[in-house]
Design a binder for this molecule. Structure first.
Ligand code: ATP
Length: 405
């Protein structure tokens, strides 16, 4: 029996780790593969951005899921103090008394192996396998392997294959800039974004792909239009364009849910809808959308709030909230209702005036359908009307009977 042992920080696991294991698995045909995140890596300090060890284990489990016969092990997380490989191999030797243990590593680790804690123990308990992290160091690797064989009687496998030049350090630096998605396994990327580990923000293509999957296909053009409009309104008003885009992409994420599903989501997220909200699925989706997107994509609270208020509005909205509200109203796919042209113009000229007009339009539409508007919309409209008065800005002229757009 052969057990391939792959230790590391896995902070996070990346495609270089996966490739390394795949090459080793193809060459050495192990019966079992263990990914072992270090609790306290002895060779290097964990970065300040590192999540708790349990998160690294969870990511290692996801990465292991990409490789047949592979599983993550918490053997080092259960020990305190520095995670010495010699201690781990001792434990594994007890667990697998007759197996060949093969300790897999990259170039950097092979070249420094003699400086590790108890290198002779490591090399007596396990064979070593090395897969280069980069090209051009073949001679150095061969020389190091020869030295270990000679000095310690070690078995060292030098694996050949095209290296993948990537490090966890590089991935950690890219994630906050919405980059690096292609450098980690898809499942690990989803986990990182869901938990917003390393200050990660989602790649927009990824977020669209995931969010659109919850929509009826017919709603996608509206969400695309809302994103485009929210981006340009955010640019106009000096609001973070990426925040506006994230909010727009997820703003209708629970719109497809049935009434019963909405109620289940309310219960799950501890939301208590009022009577008016209970009478309208349209109002329920703006209550549930933010928490739903937060649970899946780690949407931060200010974006959750922008989704929360995109249907009724409320007094004293933040600029981001107003932008999402207005973008939803005026995005390019909207047409054929009274006041739209005026609202489009106002949205780029004066946000208070645009909100006052949009809320008047919304109130008129609800009342025309014979329904009671939500009190948040009523008080929001009063708020923006008062604000315009205080500022001496005339409201945009519009009556429900005005010409169709
Ligand atoms: P960091 O950038 O945080 O130092 P890392 O990318 O070196 O992390 P580790 O988890 O510390 O990743 O490495 C675990 C093991 O994987 C080590 O043996 C390392 O040499 C090896 N390794 C890391 N990246 C690669 C790669 N791109 N190709 C082959 N082996 C790699």
């Amino acid at each position: 029996m052969k057990v391939l042992v792959y230790g590391g920080s896995f902070d996070p696991p990346h495609i270089g780790h996966i490739r390394s294991v795949q090459v080793a698995a193809a060459a050495l045909e192990p019966d079992q593969i263990l990914l072992i995140p270090a609790a306290e890596p002895p060779h290097k300090a964990l970065s300040k951005a590192s999540p708790p060890a349990a998160e690294r284990l969870a990511m290692a489990e996801l990465a292991a899921g990409e490789i047949p016969g592979c599983q993550a092990s918490d053997v080092e997380l259960e020990r305190s103090g520095p995670s010495y490989t010699s201690d781990t191999l001792r434990q594994l030797r007890q667990r697998y008394p007759a197996a060949e243990l093969i300790f897999l590593m990259g170039t950097d680790m092979l070249l420094t192996l003699e400086d590790w804690h108890e290198p002779e123990t490591i090399l007596s308990l396990a064979s070593a396998a090395v897969f280069a992290r980069e090209t051009g160091r073949e001679r150095e690797i061969e020389a190091a392997a020869a030295r270990l064989r000679q000095r310690y009687g070690a078995t060292v496998y030098v694996l050949s294959g095209e290296p993948v030049r990537v490090s966890s350090t590089q991935v950690r630096a890219l994630l906050p800039a919405r980059r690096g998605r292609e450098l980690v396994p898809e499942s690990v990327y989803g986990y990182i974004i869901q938990k917003r580990l390393y200050g990660a923000k989602p790649d927009f293509d990824w977020l669209r792909e995931k969010a659109y999957a919850y929509l009826k296909p017919g709603r996608v053009p509206h969400v695309q239009g809302t994103e485009a409009e929210a981006r340009s309104l955010a640019a106009r008003w000096g609001v973070d364009v990426d925040d506006a885009a994230e909010a727009a992409i997820v703003h209708d994420i629970t719109k497809k849910c049935s009434y019963d599903e909405q109620l289940c989501l309310c219960e799950k997220y501890g939301i208590i809808p009022d009577a008016c909200q209970l009478a309208s699925e349209k109002l329920l989706h703006s209550l549930t959308g933010g928490p739903f997107a937060a649970e899946r994509f780690g949407i931060p609270e200010h974006i959750v709030q922008a989704v929360r208020w995109h249907t009724t509005g409320r007094p004293a909205m933040t600029d981001l909230q107003r932008i999402v509200y207005l973008a939803d109203y005026i995005e390019p796919n909207r047409h054929g209702f009274s006041g739209l042209a005026e609202l489009r113009q106002a949205a780029y000229e004066d946000l208070d005036a645009a909100m006052d007009l949009a809320l008047r339009m919304s109130l008129a539409e609800v009342r025309e359908k014979g329904r009671q508007p939500h009190e948040d919309t009523v008080t929001a409209q009063q708020y923006y009307e008062k604000r315009l008065k205080e500022r001496g800005v005339p409201p945009v002229a519009w009556t429900p009977e005005a010409d169709q757009d």
